[in-house]
Structure formats: structure tokens, C-alpha cells
Design a protein around this ligand. Structure first.
Ligand SMILES: Cc1cc2nc3c(=O)[nH]c(=O)nc-3n(C[C@H](O)[C@H](O)[C@H](O)COP(=O)(O)OP(=O)(O)OC[C@H]3O[C@@H](n4cnc5c(N)ncnc54)[C@H](O)[C@@H]3O)c2cc1C
Length: 436
């Protein structure tokens, strides 16, 4: 049924014969990569293995997806299973990416509430790590998950939903790949909408300090980019829904920032060719919510990423604390981004029960220097209740992680239920979550 390691369809994932993550900063610990084409193949594979991890689209920067034993890819299970217009839900097979789902949804007159900076990532992998976009009223992408089908360590098919399993479902959505192999994800959808994207340049830090709430509430999604130098945000990306009762009105000045005169990349020196359309030109939600276009390299490519969430009430102080480290940060930085995210009730979400602001760093691939810098940043952010992004690089201690997730003991119990022998655990999970 499942032959040897699959070479041909997944060869693009390897460089020089080594299996790597998307950014190439990580070589995975095994080359044993298998591909399942059906639920039954997933079940049979899981039953046979003593330890495995699922590889999604490999966009994590740390070892959360790594395995020393075997990988399973669901890449070929990438179809829309059902779109229910009445219930306003879509069910996708777990190998599907947002980039595959969104055009289909749009063609059927539906939309998702939000997207990350890029559409290239798998739905299952993204929701497992609480991937988010921007917008103070928008929960992260995991908050759209209405139901999950997954295969437990015993090979059983488990179906959980928000309605049917209110006690455990919030624990299962942001699962860090620790509960089983997700085979289907059902998401909330809403009628398709049109958006305009505007970019403003050079928003002074003083304006940010004094008008933070007005800036964040000025549109459906707001992102601020900075290299932390010159007391300013180099770019502000504003994504406005045209069906908003009060859509963002283009203006000649936005809190001291001026309108860009052409499409820009967040890293101003790079070509905007791979970025979504700006300059207020209307377009479908799926071509405006991400910063980067499907079919093009997102971000910079050769990079590292870290991201830290703080409760929104601490955002200004936390951002000012990072700004004071500017001369240590900027030499190793490509760009930083500030985004607001709504609170949710998902146990391991960094926005669990608190409206949050995420401070993101796209680093140059200078890991020895970045590794030294992360604890410095984390020390500054510690008083503000910092939680790191699960899929990016951090050095926050397991003890600190434990203390910042009050529902972690419940998650451990859930993992014990579906995976009593740790079949889906790896070193990352053992160190950071399971404490062994
Ligand atoms: C250029 C770039 C831009 C990014 N932008 C953003 C952003 O805007 N916002 C944000 O929050 N993050 C962002 N990220 C981070 C990224 O979204 C997350 O790391 C996300 O988890 C990637 O999904 P993946 O499938 O590629 O992950 P992978 O690394 O393949 O997997 C992630 C985890 O999910 C598990 N998993 C995957 N599929 C399954 C499955 N079917 N069943 C069980 N477990 C599974 C894996 O085992 C692993 O634990 C960005 C990353 C890159 C490279």
C-alpha cells in the first residue's frame, strides 16, 4: 500500500538530497518521507509507525515539524471536500493550502475572514500553530476552524467540532501536531468581499505612541513595518473592506505618514512584483489580505523569522522596549512587522483570552547572531507577558511557556487521550510542551 519513501513528487523539497524546511535554515532529521493518498492509507501508516510527524508546507522556522523517525505528507490530499452555502462552511482535505482553497472559495462567492501574509501555507499546518493575519477584530486563522477530522495514534478516526465538543474542541485546534494526523479541516466562510489596499510611508513613532488605537482601528487589517531606525515605521499597510460601513478613506496624510506613489515591498529595496496589489485598486479578498501573491516567492526567501505576542494593553510599552534595542537588532534584520489580533478561546493560541499585538522579525540568515539576540529581546518583553509564535524561532524557556498557558495541563491530558505513547511527539514538543 505504502511503498518506500516517495521521491518524485516531493523532490523539490530537498536541496542537495537533504530534506529541508522552506527557508532552508533547517535540515530535517530524517529523509524518510512517505505520502498518503487517502484516509485509509493514513490510518494504516499511523498504525505501523512507532513515531512520526506530518509535514505540511514546511514553513516553520524551528523544529516543531521535525522527526528523527518518519514523515507523512498529505500533499496529494488537497481537494475541497464540501462547500455548504447554507451552513457557510467549507471542508478541505488536510493537504490543501490557502492558495489552493481561496480562488475556489471566491469563485463560489465565499471568503475566509482573514489570511496570513502569504497563501502558500497548508491549512492544517497553519491552524496547528495558530498562524494569524492582522486586524484588531480578526481572530487568528485557527479561530475559523469549525471541525476537525484526525487519525489518532491508535489509527482511529476522530471527529471533533465546535458545536458537538465545546469542552475539548478549543484544545484541539491549535494542536502543534501533537494529537494526530489531521485529515480534514472545516472552516467558517462568509460571503466574498472586495478590498482596497493602501500603503503609507514614514509614520513617526511619536504618532504611533499617541494614536495607537486610532491607527489600529482605521481599517479591517493594519500592518506596520519598521527596521527600528529613525523613530518611524517605514510603511503602513491598510487593507480595507469595501463593504465596511465606514471603509478607510484614502487621504493625503495618515498620522504623519504619506501615501506611497507605487506598489511597495515591505522591505522597500525589494521589488513589489511578488506583493499583492496596492494603490487602492479594488480586488478580491484573497488577493488583498495576504501581502504576497501566490506563485511568487513570499517575503525575502533567504531569511529567519521570530515573532512575539504581547497582550494589547502592553503593546506600546513592549514596542518601545524593542525599539530601545534598535542598534543591536537592525544589523541582523530584514524587516519587522506589527499586527493586532483579536482574543480567542483556543487553549494554546498565543492570543488565548487576550487581544494581542504581535511583534515580528524577519531576520537575515545569521543564526549565530540572531540566536544571541533572541534572549535579549525576550528578556525585554518578559515583563509584558510575552508568548512566542509556535512556528518561528525563540529561546523562551519551557518553564516560561508553561506559566503563560493556563490551559496547558488540559492540553497534555488531551494529548494523553489521543496519543498515550507519544507517537506524534518530537524533541521540540518533548522539550517545550511535555517537559521530558
Ligand atoms: C514567508 C513566511 C511567511 C509567514 N507569514 C506568517 C504570517 O503572516 N503569520 C503567521 O502567523 N505565520 C506566518 N508564517 C509561519 C507559518 O504560517 C507557520 O509556521 C505555519 O505553521 C506553516 O504551516 P506549514 O504547513 O508550512 O507548517 P509545517 O512546518 O509543515 O508544519 C507545522 C506544524 O503543523 C503540523 N502539521 C502540519 N500538517 C499537519 C496535519 N495534517 N496533521 C497534523 N499536524 C500537521 C506539523 O507536524 C508541524 O508541527 C510564515 C512563514 C513563512 C515561511
Amino acid at each position: 500500500m505504502l511503498a518506500g519513501p516517495v521521491i518524485s513528487p516531493l523532490a523539490a523539497w530537498a536541496s542537495g538530497g537533504k530534506l529541508q524546511n522552506w527557508a532552508g535554515n533547517l535540515e530535517y532529521s530524517t529523509e524518510r518521507l512517505y505520502q498518503a493518498n487517502s484516509l485509509e492509507e493514513v490510518r494504516a501508516f499511523v498504525k505501523k509507525q512507532s513515531n512520526l510527524k506530518v509535514l505540511g508546507t514546511r514553513h516553520c522556522f524551528n523544529t516543531i515539524a521535525d522527526s528523527a523517525h518518519a514523515f507523512l505528507s498529505l500533499k496529494s490530499m488537497g481537494e475541497v471536500v464540501a462547500l455548504d452555502p447554507q451552513a457557510r462552511t467549507v471542508t478541505a482535505a488536510a493537504g490543501m493550502s490557502y492558495g489552493q482553497l481561496c480562488p475556489h472559495l471566491h469563485s463560489q462567492g465565499f471568503a475566509l475572514h482573514n489570511l496570513a501574509s502569504l497563501p502558500h501555507i497548508s491549512i492544517a499546518g497553519s491552524c496547528s500553530t495558530a498562524t494569524h493575519g492582522s486586524g484588531e477584530k480578526n481572530g487568528n486563522l485557527s479561530t475559523a476552524v469549525l471541525a476537525l477530522e484526525f487519525v489518532s495514534a491508535a489509527g482511529e478516526v476522530i471527529n471533533l467540532s465546535r458545536q458537538k465538543d465545546p469542552d475539548v474542541f478549543p484544545g484541539a485546534v491549535v494542536n502543534l501536531g501533537a494529537l494526530g494526523v489531521i485529515t480534514k479541516v472545516t472552516l467558517d466562510v462568509q460571503p466574498a468581499f472586495t478590498m482596497r489596499q493602501y500603503v503609507y510611508e514614514n509614520l513617526p513613532l511619536s504618532q504611533f505612541k499617541n494614536h495607537f488605537n486610532e491607527i489600529e482601528s482605521s481599517a479591517y487589517s493594519v500592518s506596520l513595518f519598521t527596521d527600528w531606525q529613525n523613530q518611524r515605521f517605514s510603511e503602513v499597510w491598510i487593507k480595507s473592506r469595501m463593504d465596511d460601513p465606514q471603509p478607510f478613506a484614502s487621504r493625503t496624510e495618515f498620522f504623519g505618514a504619506t501615501p506611497a506613489t507605487k506598489n511597495l515591498h515591505p522591505i522597500v529595496e525589494l521589488s513589489a512584483e511578488n506583493c499583492t496589489e496596492q494603490m487602492g485598486i479594488p480586488g478580491p479578498w484573497c488577493e488583498r489580505l495576504p501581502h504576497f501573491r501566490m506563485g511568487f516567492t513570499p517575503s525575502a526567501g533567504k531569511e529567519l523569522q521570530s515573532e512575539y505576542f504581547v497582550p494589547r494593553r502592553n503593546a506600546i510599552d513592549a514596542i518601545l522596549a524593542v525599539e530601545r534595542l534598535r542598534d543591536q537588532i537592525t544589523p541582523h534584520l530584514l524587516i519587522s512587522e506589527i499586527r493586532a489580533i483579536a482574543a480567542d478561546n483556543l487553549w494554546l493560541s498565543p492570543c488565548h483570552m487576550q487581544p494581542s499585538v504581535a511583534i515580528h522579525f524577519t531576520w537575515k540568515q545569521e543564526w549565530p547572531s540572531v540566536r544571541k539576540l533572541l534572549p535579549v529581546i525576550e528578556k525585554e518583553l518578559a515583563p509584558f507577558g510575552v508568548r512566542p509564535h509556535w512556528g518561528k524561532l525563540f529561546t523562551v524557556s519551557p518553564a516560561q511557556l508553561k506559566s503563560s498557558y493556563p490551559k496547558l495541563p488540559d492540553f497534555l491530558a488531551l494529548a494523553q487521550q489521543y496519543d498515550p505513547r507519544g507517537k506524534f511527539r518530537n524533541q521540540f514538543l518533548n522539550t517545550n510542551i511535555f517537559g521530558s
